[in-house]
Design a protein around this ligand. Structure first.
Ligand SMILES: Cc1cc2nc3c(=O)[nH]c(=O)nc-3n(C[C@H](O)[C@H](O)[C@H](O)COP(=O)(O)O)c2cc1C
Length: 446
C-alpha cells in the first residue's frame, strides 16, 4: 500500500481570501465575474497536481459588496466551463440542502461528473445565513438542528438517485433497437419527513458512480451529518491539538455509523501569505491588511459573532461573556472567539489576525516554513491535507505551486504526477457500487 500523501485543494474565493486582494496593483477588479479568471486559477492548480478546486456558494449577497469582490456566479456552471479547459483537476461546488430540491442537485452534479470525465464533488451545506432565507420565502434561517436533519434526508435522496442507474444500464444496441436496459434503472420510491421522490434520475450513472460528497460545518450536528454522509470535510482548525481532536471525534462518529474511520478526507482551511523571506511575507501581509477598510472588518466580525458592532471596542478585548447564538455559524463563531481568547487579543489585534476573514488559520512565511508547518499537521494526524486559501488569486496560488509544492514533492509528501483522472482517484476514495446492483447480485446469489 502506497505511503499516505497529502491532499491539497484550492478554495477559489474569487480574487483571494484577503478582502483587499482585488485592490492590489496586479489584480483585475472584475475577476470574480470573469470565467477566464476561474479557468486560469484551475489551470495553475492542475499544473501543481492539486486534488481539486473548490467553489463556495451562498444564494444571496451576504458580504459587504461595496468593499470587496464576492461569491457571485453559479458554481456548477463555472465548473462546467472549467472542465472544458482542464483534464485532471477535481471540481467541487457548493450547493445548499436548504434552498434546493434533491432531484435537481442529483441531476446537476451527475451531469457535471459526465461533463468532466468523473471529477465532480458536491459540498453539501445547510446555508446558515439569513439573507438567503429571504430569497426563498422565509423570514430567517431555519433552526440549526432542523437544517441538519433536513440535510441528512436530502443527501440520502441524492445518493439514492445517483444509484438509480446501474453501471451497465446503458446498452446502445442498434441492431436490436435496445437503447437502455430498463431492468437496471430503478425507481427510488423515497417517502420521508421532508421529501417524497419517485425517481429514477434521468441521467445515467456517472463515471465516479457517485460524485464525491463533501461537508463543511464543525458543530456537533455538523459532525454527525459528516460522519454519516461525507467522504471529505472542510474544517476550521487553528492549532494542531484542535485538528487532532476534531479528526479523532469525526472518525469515531463515522465508525459508530458502521463506516471506516479513515474513509473521510479531512481538510482544514489554510490561508497562505508567502514571501522569499519572512520579512517580505510580513510586508505582503501588512500591505493587504492596510488596504482593508476597518469598518469592513468590524462589520464582518459583528456578523460572525451576531452582535451589535457598537459593542466591539477596538482597543479592548471582545465582550465577555459572549454566548453562542443558537442559530449562528457555530464553527466560525467558535473559531473567532478561540483565536481572541487564546491570544488575549484586543478587537483591533483580532481583526488583523483574521485578515478580514472568518477565522481560518493564516500562515505567513517562507516556502520552507510553510512546508514545515504543513508537514507537521499532516504527520500529527491533524489533517489529511488542506483547503488552501491563497491571500490573492492567482498570484498567491502561483507562488504556492512554484515554491512549496516542489518542497512537498521532494519530501515524498505530495504527488508528482496524477495517477488517475477522477476526483475519487485523487482523494483515494473507492467507486461505490450502486445499491440496486448490489441488491440484484445478493438476490441472484440467494
Ligand atoms: C471551508 C468551509 C467552506 C464553507 N463553504 C460554505 C459555502 O460555500 N456556503 C455556505 O453556505 N456555507 C459554507 N460553509 C459554512 C458551513 O457550511 C457551515 O454552515 C458552517 O461551518 C457552520 O456550521 P456549524 O454550525 O455546523 O458549525 C463553509 C464552512 C467551511 C469551514
Amino acid at each position: 500500500m502506497s505511503a499516505r500523501q497529502l491532499h491539497l485543494n484550492v478554495n477559489l474565493l474569487h480574487s483571494g481570501t484577503y478582502a483587499s486582494a482585488w485592490r492590489l496593483p496586479d489584480s483585475d477588479p472584475y475577476a470574480c465575474f470573469d470565467i477566464g479568471h476561474y479557468v486560469r486559477v484551475a489551470q495553475i492548480a492542475e499544473r501543481g497536481k492539486l486534488d481539486a478546486i473548490f467553489l463556495a456558494d451562498t444564494p444571496a449577497i451576504t458580504d459587504r459588496i461595496e468593499y470587496r469582490s464576492f461569491m457571485s456566479m453559479e458554481p456548477t456552471i463555472v465548473l462546467a466551463a472549467v472542465a472544458a479547459s482542464t483534464k485532471h483537476i477535481g471540481l467541487i461546488a457548493t450547493a445548499s440542502t436548504t434552498y434546493n430540491e434533491p432531484y435537481n442537485i442529483a441531476r446537476r452534479f451527475a451531469t457535471l461528473d459526465h461533463t468532466s470525465g468523473g471529477r465532480s464533488g458536491w459540498n453539501a451545506v445547510t446555508t446558515a445565513d439569513s439573507a438567503s432565507s429571504r430569497n426563498f420565502g422565509l423570514a430567517s434561517a431555519l433552526e440549526h438542528k432542523a437544517r441538519y436533519e433536513r440535510a441528512k434526508e436530502f443527501t440520502e435522496v441524492v445518493h439514492a438517485l445517483w444509484d438509480s442507474w446501474e453501471d451497465d444500464a446503458f446498452v446502445g444496441d442498434k441492431l436490436n433497437a435496445r437503447f437502455v436496459d430498463t431492468t437496471k434503472v430503478h425507481a427510488i420510491a423515497h417517502r420521508g419527513a421532508h421529501y417524497s421522490v419517485a425517481g429514477p434520475l434521468n441521467v445515467p450513472r456517472s463515471p465516479q458512480g457517485r460524485p464525491v460528497t463533501v461537508q463543511a460545518g464543525g458543530s456537533s450536528d455538523g459532525r454527525d451529518f459528516a460522519a454519516s454522509h461525507a467522504e471529505a470535510v472542510f474544517t476550521l482548525a487553528q492549532t494542531v491539538d484542535e485538528g487532532v481532536a476534531y479528526a479523532r471525534d469525526l472518525r469515531a462518529r463515522a465508525t459508530a455509523y458502521g463506516r471506516s474511520g479513515d474513509s473521510i478526507v479531512i481538510l482544514p482551511g489554510l490561508t497562505t501569505v508567502i514571501g522569499s523571506t519572512e520579512a517580505e511575507a510580513k510586508r505582503r501581509q501588512d500591505e493587504l491588511w492596510e488596504l482593508i477598510p476597518i469598518e469592513y472588518s468590524l462589520a464582518r466580525l459583528a456578523g460572525t459573532l451576531q452582535i451589535d458592532p457598537t459593542l466591539l471596542v477596538l482597543d479592548q478585548p471582545l465582550p465577555d461573556p459572549l454566548p453562542l447564538p443558537a442559530n449562528a455559524n457555530h464553527t466560525m463563531f467558535q473559531g473567532t472567539v478561540n483565536l481572541a481568547r487564546r491570544g488575549n487579543l484586543t478587537v483591533r489585534q483580532l481583526l488583523r489576525a483574521l485578515g478580514g476573514g472568518v477565522g481560518h488559520r493564516i500562515i505567513v512565511g517562507t516556502p520552507e516554513q510553510i512546508a514545515d508547518d504543513i508537514e507537521a499537521w499532516f504527520r500529527a494526524g491533524a489533517a489529511d491535507g488542506f483547503n488552501l486559501m491563497p491571500d490573492v488569486l492567482p498570484s498567491g496560488l502561483e507562488t504556492f505551486i512554484d515554491t512549496i509544492v516542489p518542497i512537498l514533492q521532494r519530501r515524498s509528501l505530495f504527488r508528482t504526477e496524477y495517477s488517475g483522472s477522477t476526483l475519487r482517484n485523487h482523494f483515494g476514495l473507492a467507486k461505490p457500487p450502486s445499491r440496486f446492483a448490489k441488491a440484484g447480485k445478493e438476490r441472484a446469489s440467494a
